[in-house]
Design a binder for this molecule. Structure first.
Ligand code: CA
Length: 233
C-alpha cells in the first residue's frame, strides 16, 4: 500500500502533535492546519487521503469545512472523520448528514484513532473497487452506483457514501426485513465503529433526501428496516 496522507485540521497544537506522533508511527504522512480556512485550503491543494477534522475551529468552523469539502467536486471523495467534544453530539449528526464518514470523541485513545482511520480508508478502497451499476426500482427511482446518486422523480440527489450503501443494500433485497446488524455488516462492512444508533441517523437522513420515495423504507419496530419496491401509487 502506498503511503497515505492524513490532513489534521485542529487548533489545539498538543492534540495535533499527539495525532501526528501516532499516525507517523503507523507510516502515515501527516499534514496539519490550525484553522478552518487553512484546512480547507490544504484539502483542495494537497488532496489528502483522509481528513481528521476538529469541529470548533477559528476562522471557519468544522461543519463549514466539511460542507465545503463535500460540495467541491475536487475534494468531495475525501473521507472525513470528525474529532469532537462530548458536548458537540448534535453537531455530529449534522456532520454525518453533510457527508462526514465517521467521528471520534475527545479524549480518544491513539489506538482507537488509528483503527478508525484504517477502517475508513479500507471502506473507501472497498467502495471504489466495487461493482458500478445502476438499480432501477422504477422509472421514478433509479440508484446509480457509479456516481453515488439517486434519481427521484427526475431529480438527481447526491447521497453520502454511507447513505448510498444502505440504500443500495436494501434495494437489492426488496421486501426483506433487515436488522440493524445485517445493515451494519452487509452495507457498511468492515467498520466496527458505526453503531445501531448511527444506522438510524443515516436512515433518517436518507429518507429526508428521498422525499416522495421515502415511504419505500419502512421501519420495522424493534427489528430494523424493509425496502418496498412495490409501493402502490
Ligand atoms: Ca478546537
Amino acid at each position: 500500500m502506498t503511503q497515505k496522507t492524513i490532513l489534521v485540521i485542529e487548533d489545539e497544537r498538543d492534540i495535533v502533535e499527539l495525532i501526528r506522533y501516532n499516525l507517523e508511527r503507523e507510516s502515515f504522512r501527516v499534514k496539519a492546519a490550525y484553522d478552518g480556512e487553512a484546512g480547507l485550503g490544504s484539502a483542495q491543494r494537497d488532496l489528502p487521503d483522509l481528513i481528521l477534522l476538529d469541529l470548533m475551529l477559528p476562522k471557519l468552523d468544522g461543519l463549514e469545512v466539511c460542507k465545503r469539502t463535500k460540495e467541491n467536486k475536487r475534494t468531495s471523495h475525501i473521507p472525513i472523520i470528525m474529532v469532537t467534544a462530548k458536548s458537540e453530539e448534535s453537531d455530529v449528526v449534522v456532520g454525518l448528514s453533510l457527508g462526514a464518514d465517521d467521528y471520534i470523541t475527545k479524549p480518544f485513545s491513539p489506538k482507537v484513532l488509528v483503527a478508525r482511520v484504517r477502517a475508513v480508508l479500507r471502506r473507501v478502497a472497498f467502495l471504489e473497487s466495487g461493482e458500478q451499476e445502476a438499480i432501477k426500482v422504477n422509472d421514478d427511482f433509479i440508484i446509480d452506483a457509479s456516481r453515488f446518486e439517486v434519481t427521484v422523480d427526475g431529480e438527481s440527489i447526491r447521497l453520502t457514501r454511507t447513505e448510498f450503501r444502505l440504500l443500495k443494500f436494501m434495494a437489492e433485497r426488496p421486501g426483506r426485513v433487515l436488522t440493524r446488524n445485517q445493515l451494519l455488516d452487509g452495507a457498511i462492512g468492515f467498520d466496527a465503529f458505526i453503531t445501531d444508533r448511527n444506522i438510524d441517523v443515516h436512515i433518517a437522513a436518507l429518507r429526508k433526501k428521498l422525499k416522495k420515495q421515502a415511504d419505500r423504507i419502512l421501519t420495522i419496530r424493534g427489528v430494523g428496516y424493509r425496502f418496498e419496491d412495490q409501493v402502490n401509487a
